[in-house]
Design a protein around this ligand. Structure first.
Ligand SMILES: *Cc1c(COP(=O)(O)O)cnc(C)c1O
Length: 383
């Protein structure tokens, strides 16, 4: 049983949580309430609590309840993008002078938010290799309001021990925030391991079909949830009704999709590990990965993201431009396989910073196509 008192299985919650058949028509899928305002029966006489769609919209509520159930939280909030969710979280917990410990290989957009936006407002941050708890403890200051973790990380697939970080953060009176985008709640549930807030780019595995941009915050703390909801309304970067509906539709199949993403990624990692032109494979499912034991303990599967290194930048670029099935593109987590060169694409903005990624690195988002087709495509691109 999770914090919400749900005893139902994950796949059941994904299909039903927050999604009772419509009381008016019996429609089994929540309607897209594409509307800005709601009729009041007398001043303040709200039907179902809805008055204006920035504050709340029934389609978004369905998504938010489903998100809370899947992460085992009490409150879910849906935003226009993952970065909008991160912004609302930081605006809620930081003041000028606050300090946050962030991953040494944080998602590039998260790093940019700290380095280029929040730094201007006096919020300080320290990038730390989260795989080493002693370094995290050493980076904490009296002003530290949060430890921000990402596991697995993008694009190096680093693993952090969520329970260990929760202890360190809480001993210092700080929150533990976990960006759970790469794992999804099907593979990993940070709140149950002691995290205070889960952040998502629902653009990725949750939506799952590369057709919508969105973000979310989930917490198991009622009071924190109410503060997030206040900022969500006060700042206004909410998920629209159609985007909420698309995300909910994607979530219904999250479990079966993740099983296939994991199975395909394992085969891809195995092929790459045996390939003479590949110098290193970064996949937490491999016994050689330094975070393998921690990942095996806190994740139900190792996910669909695989990164690998060639020997030179030119070779990495050539592989990225030689696949036929893997589509060259940014983003991840959709049903279709994608390939990219982080140093020149998703992480180009990290060049020259402590978060710069190796130039010979290639990142794969392994989709749910037939595994033999994916393996054949990589074989020919590496030939
Ligand atoms: C994509 C991504 C984000 C940002 O989400 P957007 O929906 O693009 O704003 C945050 N964290 C991780 C790990 C991501 O992959």
């Amino acid at each position: 049983m999770n914090a919400r008192g749900n005893t139902r299985g994950f796949e059941t919650l994904a299909i039903h949580a927050g999604q009772e058949p419509d009381p008016v028509t019996g429609a089994v899928v929540p309607p897209i309430h594409q509307v800005s305002t709601f009729k009041q029966d007398g001043i303040g006489g709200l039907r179902g609590g809805y008055e204006y769609s920035r504050s709340a919209n029934p389609t978004r509520t369905a998504l938010e309840e489903c998100l809370a159930a899947l992460e085992g939280g009490v409150r879910g909030l849906a935003f226009a993008s993952g970065l909008a969710a991160e912004d609302a979280l930081l605006r809620t917990v930081c003041r000028p002078g606050s300090h946050v410990v962030i991953p040494g290989d944080a998602y590039g957009g998260t790093y940019r938010l700290f380095a280029k936006v929040y730094a201007q407002w006096g919020v300080e941050f320290t990038p730390v290799a989260l795989g080493d708890p002693a370094k995290v403890r050493a980076a904490i200051r009296p002003e530290t309001v949060a430890v921000w973790a990402e596991t697995p990380t993008n694009p190096l697939l680093g693993i952090a021990d969520i329970a260990a970080l929760a202890e360190i953060a809480h001993a210092a009176g700080a929150l533990l925030v976990v960006d759970n985008t790469f794992a999804s709640p099907y593979l990993q549930q940070p709140l149950a391991l002691g995290a205070d807030v889960v952040v998502h780019s629902t653009t990725k595995y949750m939506g799952g079909h590369s057709d919508v941009v969105g973000g979310a915050l989930v917490t198991a703390d009622e009071e924190l949830g109410a503060r997030f909801a206040y900022h969500q309304n006060a700042m206004g970067a909410v998920a629209g009704p159609f985007d909420s509906w698309l995300t909910l539709r994607g979530i219904k199949t999250l479990g079966v999709r993740m099983d296939r993403h994991c199975a395909n990624a394992e085969q891809v990692a195995d092929l790459l590990s045996r390939h003479p032109k590949v110098s290193q494979v970064l996949y937490p499912g491999l016994a050689s990965h330094p975070g393998h034991a921690t990942a095996a303990r806190q994740m139900k599967g190792f996910g669909g993201m695989v990164s690998f290194r060639m020997s030179t930048e030119a070779e990495a670029v050539k592989v990225c431009e030689s696949t036929e099935l893997f589509i060259l593109g940014e983003s991840l987590g959709g049903v279709e396989s994608l390939i990219e060169h982080p140093a020149r694409m998703t992480h180009a903005s990290a060049a020259g910073s402590p978060l710069e990624v190796p130039a010979d690195l290639v990142r794969l988002s392994v989709g749910i196509e037939a595994a033999e087709d994916l393996l054949a495509d990589l074989e020919q691109a590496l030939a």
